[in-house]
Design a protein around this ligand. Structure first.
Ligand SMILES: [Zn+2]
Length: 61
């Protein structure tokens, strides 16, 4: 008795790249998330930016 379960921690999605907790919960619909990559998973904003925006190779010269 008296044990506190860390619900909030266990439900938070972690970045698949760096492992840091993101602002999204596991029950957040994917279409409501930003920085979610199909086939990969949830990324934090930093990793998403680094990988998909900063180094984006869509027409950058
Ligand atoms: Zn990350």
């Amino acid at each position: 008795m008296g044990e506190r379960k860390k619900q909030a921690d266990s439900e938070v999605e972690h970045c698949v790249i760096c492992g840091k907790p993101t602002e999204y919960r596991e029950d957040t619909p994917i279409d409501k998330r930003e920085c979610y990559v199909e086939g990969a998973g949830q990324l934090c904003r930093k990793c998403y930016f680094e990988i998909y925006i900063k180094s984006g190779n869509e027409g950058t010269s």
